[in-house]
Design a protein around this ligand. Structure first.
Ligand code: NCD
Length: 394
């Protein structure tokens, strides 16, 4: 028997993502007022009696509160540990032990943690479903569901869209889940990193090998070559037409908590930045919180969708909770059928060490599993099953 978790956006099949959106639509009633874009069906009781624990080892406003609001709105209740300072982590308790304990108190755990791969480790020790609310610089799958849902509502499609991701593409976990999802739904991805903050190598190689994306030169779009470092597109996509049109600009903040030192020349999206014709109708998205990278002057414009994007967190998370609490325990054969184990990964006890210094396996004893990618004709590569970085011999 296997428990159902959402650790990576790739734990959900395309069909399941669509089904979650259908459910979120049901929970969302448009009032026409764009400042208050929805009202939740008051009688939802799919999860009555269930208890959700939010276990947050890093600051959060949107993720934790929208999960808690979502749980209350589907008829359940929520218990919370909002800071490591008030949990037994300060006494030295391991995450593995905390998860063992909390899974005895709740029917569902939402975890946020500063270490890459922490959610995968939690899934190993839990007896209830675990949802990754952000693990270090690795992934933030439920934010991506809010992002995709926003795109679906605003632009009604994903395939063929030109989506530019801007800022800290290395430290920003939301971007990693997002680019995997965009690749799976056939969008083109244009990278606009802050200096030295490109997509990590393991994310780029996964896009190429597992999702069959090719990396094209930014020279294909000469008018944007100052900003764009690379273009990832499906192998079968047509060559890029110039002048380019950017459909979506996904802006992220400098993840200062994941970098030693600061002082980077970070981009700021303002009227001057968006003066190129390619940005004439571009939708502006941001997972928030924003700092200086996005001019608040855009807030009044209709194309600034970031506050709506955040507000969809409640109906989307209501749908996620309902899915997980009602799917219960499933045989792995059933999970395979559902597309859950789609990425052809085999886990094996590798006896090697993860090359990532922020990997949870560097902080907590665990049998560092390797994950063998067997993606199409690409050579098999051994990755850490927790954080996806390369394993090194010991
Ligand atoms: C993001 C996160 O925590 O990764 N916040 C969020 O959940 N919307 C983005 C960020 O902190 O920059």
């Amino acid at each position: 028997m296997t428990l159902r978790h959402i650790i990576s956006i790739n734990d959900l099949s395309r069909e399941e993502v669509e089904a979650l959106f259908g459910l979120a639509d049901r929970y969302l009633e448009t009032l026409g007022d764009r400042q208050i874009p929805y009202r939740i069906a008051a009688s939802a009781s799919e999860c009555s009696g269930a208890v959700m624990a939010t276990l947050f080892y890093e600051p959060s406003t949107r993720t934790r509160l929208s999960f808690e609001s979502a749980m209350l709105r589907v008829g359940g209740s929520a218990i919370s540990s909002a800071s490591p300072a008030t949990s037994s982590a300060v006494k030295g308790e391991t995450l593995a032990d905390t998860i063992r304990i909390v899974s005895g108190y709740a029917d569902l755990i939402v975890l946020r943690h500063p270490r890459d791969g922490a959610a995968r480790l939690a899934a190993q020790y839990t007896s209830v479903p675990v949802i990754n609310g952000g693990d270090g610089a690795r992934e933030h799958p439920t934010q991506t569901l809010c992002d995709l849902y926003t795109l679906k509502r605003e632009l009604h499609r994903l395939e063929g869209l030109n989506v530019a991701v801007l800022g800290d593409l290395q430290g920003g976990r939301t971007v990693h889940s997002l680019v995997y999802a965009l690749a799976r739904f056939g969008a083109n991805i244009l990278t606009m990193p802050a200096p030295g903050m490109e997509l990590p190598a393991h994310v780029a190689s996964r896009l190429r090998e597992e999702f069959r994306y090719t990396m094209r030169s930014a020279a294909a779009l000469p008018e944007l070559s100052q900003l764009v470092s690379g273009i990832y597109a499906p192998r079968t996509a047509k060559p890029f037409a110039s002048p380019a049109k950017i459909d979506v600009l996904y802006i992220t903040r400098f993840q200062k908590e994941r970098w030693k030192g600061g002082g980077v020349n970070y981009p700021r999206v303002n009227a001057e930045f968006l003066k190129a014709p390619a940005f004439a109708d571009t939708l502006l998205m941001h997972p928030l919180p924003r700092t200086d990278e996005l001019d608040p002057g855009f807030d009044v414009q209709d194309r600034a969708v970031y506050f709506r994007q955040a507000s969809y967190g409640v109906p989307i998370r209501m749908a996620i909770i309902t899915l997980l609490l009602n799917s219960g325990r499933k045989h792995s054969a059933q999970l395979l059928e559902d597309g859950l184990l789609q990425s052809q990964r085999a886990e094996l006890d590798s006896g090697r060490m993860c090359s990532n210094e922020n990997c949870i396996t560097r902080f907590e004893e665990s049998s560092t599993f390797g994950s063998l990618h067997a993606a199409g004709d690409a050579p098999h590569r051994l990755h850490c099953a927790y954080c996806d970085y390369k394993l090194i011999g010991i």
